[in-house]
Write a protein that binds this ligand. Sequence first.
Ligand SMILES: [Zn+2]
Length: 365
Amino acid sequence: MLRPPTRFLKGIRLIMFSSPQTRRFARTAAVTALVASGLATTIIPAKAAILGSQAVDIIKVSYSGKLYNLQNGVPDLLVFSEWAAMGYPAARTVGQIPGTVYKTWATSPDIIATPPGDSPHKLTFAEWNAAGQPAPIRYSNEGFIKLSWAPEIARMTNLQTGAGVPLSFAQWGSYGFPSYKVQQRITGDQFYKLSASSPDIYYAGPAVNRKITLAEWVGAGKPTPYVRTSSAWGLIKPVDARVTSEFSLARMHPTLGYIRPHLGIDLGASCGTPIKASRAGVISSSTYDSGGGYSVTISHGIVNGVPLYTRYLHMRAPGLASGTRVNQGTIVGYVGTTGSSTGCHLHFEVKPNNQAQNPRNYLTF
Ligand SMILES: [Zn+2]
């Protein structure tokens, strides 16, 4: 019968008194040496005992396929190759992965769980119960609303004031598909016409800002539309120059060479022309990027029931700093050709509800 050499046992005693790193190294070295010397069969249970403190503990939750290696209470998300390298150890199912974030919104009782490194998941009662009924973070003035007569869903950022933004299916998924509340109307929404004689009815609200069908209008309870003229927005032209490129949802981009929407109107002013704030407000961003160059965005607050923004792109140099209050006509910057631009011009955007609309419907050029 084989016995480990005395020298090895002395080594074990020695490493009991050294640092954890030294001990781990020494154990590995000792095991490797013994495996090499043909003692592997006796060593395998011995290795398991020696390495006991480092034994893998793979955990998962019932609602996710993700596996974590739990070490000293800290879950380490495993990718497939890591799990394979460990020899596909079996996972034990736990009620919750430590560090999971739980959220709930005012528009439904759903609790959304986001385990560390995982995507959000809407919990069933059984799953919440298995997790130990953790108290979620409550967003009591936020949520998700769908119009009863239209397909669009709004992500409400303030239920009291009616502020919100349209929610795409992908964005809804990124929240874990929380249930929405169905409503006929949303605080502050509006039905309007662009002229008294036109039969077309438009709707403006957090979920959507568009022309609606007759059936949709009937579904909304036939609210009387008001006539919204372009002057109702109180906007002025930021520069006095002719329009060189119109707003379009399908324009061939002049420098990129492919079809891309043109979400503003181009005004052919020469470089250095002062750019005037179209309406009073606060500079909400003042940035540089390779597309818009130096640009500023003005937040005008709630106008005609919706949050209104205007944007000014391709400026010669940085414009007024974010947070600056401006009056109508205050110079916010100067015309330039920075960013993706073929010559001096101002690209001007009008964004009710933070959605770019044709500026011609909001002021006269
Ligand atoms: Zn443009």
